[in-house]
Ligand binder design. Structure first.
Ligand SMILES: Cc1cc2nc3c(=O)[nH]c(=O)nc-3n(C[C@H](O)[C@H](O)[C@H](O)COP(=O)(O)OP(=O)(O)OC[C@H]3O[C@@H](n4cnc5c(N)ncnc54)[C@H](O)[C@@H]3O)c2cc1C
Length: 506
């Protein structure tokens, strides 16, 4: 039986979404005698694996129990970026005076309209991940819970799918903290927050990692009073410290109340509100809010897959164990995406799916450690990173030279009123070999690609200094960093030689 998920609110946009990514009238096909590949989970990792393999002529079955598109489309990247966009427009209009503009009558957030815009765009995008589209690509789409049923077989909705190779791409779900009283009081996660239609007046966000930070800032700018609780002494504490500090100051200016170095002890449900009791530097306090949004980590979806029956090792916190070639402890079964990766991003789910296609179907020997993975936290300003942090280089005993240019030295950033941020690049000491880079800028996520390309193509800062950047662009900061490196090549000896030669030429 096709159990159609209920996506709230019931409106035309969510109806379109569901009709694309879990059609209520979907009939699972008659299984083929044997598949080259059976993929369990149709998030980014599963979709890319299935589409790529079918495109190469493989007979592929794709099994999804909830919504095709997984977290990214339904409850992750897509809806969060839609809200972030609305929140940025609001922040820009509020700042209009700085640009010499008067917005008469002020600006007001129509929260239900913001959420409706998000649902409309999500529904629009959902066609790319639709069951019909994948069927047209030649993939057998099965809606239902998949589980291994002994060697070479997956069971879904009472049918048995026989395979030569299988791929586990079941992703993760939000961790539910064990804080006493939290479950009874009720809380939001990324799985429910995008169903809101009314703005909570007071919102507590628990977790100051990327998801917590993106949503805390967006909801603050959309008019909620936001308190952000984080167990470390700084938000985004795994990021470059200078970068995280810029963001922390931006949060304070936005009016987000930061409660750092704290432990939430218990939650009490009172009439019409929830009180979070927490401990901070030995003091216990309580704060009343209307809603609590939790973003404290991800748990892998390993349960119910019957992994033991097929000899696939896993850990309830780390997910499915894989080799560098993304093979599980069963040589016929591979994994891709969040279920097996440290770096849980849509682009890594995509990249590992491509590796799995080559290795599982064509005996390829592609390795995940060959990937150069950038990432970005889409706050304002954005923080993007690729490669090593300085502290990682230090831990590995690698000496680095660091070159940094603030955006306040970049004409375009000044013209845009976006001088907050920097480009920082670490190179192997005494060379121009790029080991890592952090960019803080309004569109750092766009700028990091140049650094990623340089690292993938083994292009050093000397080559980057030969790249002509259109003027004026914020990416000129990258050029400035490479020029700063070039200046270090001008030793006193070389400069002396130049001076003497130029004097002789006068
Ligand atoms: C709020 C938020 C914002 C994010 N923003 C970004 C961003 O801006 N950029 C970025 O790169 N990443 C972002 N991410 C991370 C990104 O969403 C994930 O890395 C990505 O979705 C991982 O894809 P996946 O295919 O591995 O897993 P998922 O997307 O989780 O898909 C797994 C699928 O498997 C299905 N499944 C599970 N078990 C079974 C079973 N037994 N049978 C059948 N189906 C099953 C699930 O229903 C799900 O559809 C964000 C995440 C969140 C939560």
């Amino acid at each position: 039986m096709n159990q159609v998920p209920e996506i709230l609110p019931h409106d035309v946009h969510n109806a379109t979404l569901v009709s694309n990514v879990h059609p209520p009238d979907w009939q699972n096909p008659e299984p083929a005698p044997r598949y080259n590949l059976v993929v369990i989970g149709a998030g980014t990792a599963g979709l890319v694996t299935a589409a790529g393999a079918a495109g190469l002529g493989a007979k592929v079955a794709l099994v999804e129990r909830h919504l095709l598109g997984g977290d990214c489309l339904n409850v992750g990247c897509v809806p969060s970026k839609c809200l972030i966009r609305s929140s940025r427009v609001y922040a820009d209009i509020k700042d209009a005076g700085k640009f010499g503009l008067r917005v008469s009558g002020g600006v007001e957030v129509d929260f239900p309209a913001v959420m409706e815009r998000m649902r409309r765009l999500r529904a629009q995008i959902s066609f790319h991940d639709s069951a019909k589209r994948f069927q047209d690509l030649g993939v057998d789409v099965f809606l239902g819970e998949g589980r291994f049923a002994g060697p070479g077989a997956v069971e879904v909705g009472g049918r048995t799918l026989r395979y030569k190779r299988a791929v586990i791409a079941t992703g993760t779900r939000p961790v539910h903290p064990a804080t006493p009283g939290l479950a009874e009081a009720g809380f939001l996660t990324n799985e429910t927050v995008f169903s809101l239609t009314e703005r909570p007046r007071r919102l507590a966000v628990i977790g100051g990692g990327p998801i917590g930070c993106e949503l805390a800032q967006a909801f603050r700018r959309l008019g909620c009073e936001v308190r952000l609780f984080h167990s470390a002494s700084h938000i985004l504490n795994r990021e470059d410290g200078d970068a995280a500090e810029i963001l922390q100051q931006s949060f304070i200016r936005d009016g987000i109340r930061l409660i750092l170095d704290c432990k939430t002890k218990r939650v009490e449900k009172k009439t019409g509100e929830k009180v979070i009791h927490f401990e901070c530097q030995g003091n216990e306090e309580g704060v009343a809010v209307d809603e609590i949004l939790v973003g404290v980590g991800r748990a892998p979806n390993v349960e119910g897959l019957n992994l033991e029956s097929v000899g696939v090792n896993y850990d309830k916190r780390e997910g499915v164990a894989v080799s560098d070639r993304l093979q599980t402890t069963n040589p016929c079964i591979y994994a891709a995406g969040d279920i097996c990766l440290k770096y849980k991003f849509t682009h890594t789910a995509d990249a590992t799916a491509r590796i799995v296609i080559q290795n599982a179907l064509f005996g390829g020997r592609k390795k995940q450690n060959s990937l150069t993975i950038p990432w970005c936290t889409y706050t304002d300003p954005e923080i993007a990173h690729v490669g090593m942090y300085e502290r990682e280089a230090r831990e590995k005993g690698i000496a680095v030279d660091t070159f940094m240019r603030p955006l306040s030295d970049v004409d375009r950033a000044i013209a845009d009123g976006e001088e907050e941020g920097f480009v920082k690049v670490h190179v192997r000491k005494g060379t121009d070999e790029i080991l890592g880079a952090t960019i803080v800028a309004r569109h750092a996520g766009e700028m990091i690609s140049e650094m990623t390309l340089a690292m993938v193509g083994h292009l050093g800062l000397r080559t980057l200094s030969n790249v002509i950047h259109a003027y004026p662009t914020q990416a000129e900061a990258i050029k400035q960093v490479s020029d700063a490196y070039n200046r270090t090549r001008l030793t006193p000896f070389v400069k002396g030689l130049f001076s003497r030669w130029l004097a002789w030429r006068r």
